[in-house]
Design a protein around this ligand. Structure first.
Ligand SMILES: [Zn+2]
Length: 117
């Protein structure tokens, strides 16, 4: 999902190019949304749309852009792993609830057996 790099941050249509505050994925919105909070298309977290486009720095040293790329990559992987952990935590919680229900049922059944004998 690599977007082609725009020659200019702000194009004719008045789009704003910026990065998600959480997962740093590149986002493009209409300039009318400047200053608003939108949900990121990738991670779903609310992120602030800047009034001005993030200015790409073509003069940045290669090492720095490489570090930024690695940092971004790391961040998106962190988001991904956090998502997995959250999912599994919910799953674990469900299984615990299920076990609790089964334990309660067991107690009920044992109670019933004691009464009938
Ligand atoms: Zn995001």
């Amino acid at each position: 999902m690599m977007n082609p790099v725009r020659p200019q941050a702000r194009n004719e249509a008045g789009d704003l190019l910026f990065k998600c505050q959480h997962c740093a994925s590149p986002l493009v919105v209409n300039a009318a949304a400047a200053g608003m909070t939108l949900n990121c298309q990738r991670c779903g977290n609310p992120t602030l749309v800047p009034v001005q486009s993030a200015t790409p720095s073509p003069t940045a040293p290669t090492e720095l852009t490489d570090l930024q790329r690695k940092l971004k990559e790391n961040e998106s992987q962190r988001t991904e792993v956090t998502g997995y952990i959250n999912q599994l935590s919910i799953q674990l919680h469900r299984w615990k609830l299920r076990l609790q229900t089964l334990n309660e049922r067991k107690t009920e059944l044992e109670e019933e057996r004691r009464r009938t004998t």
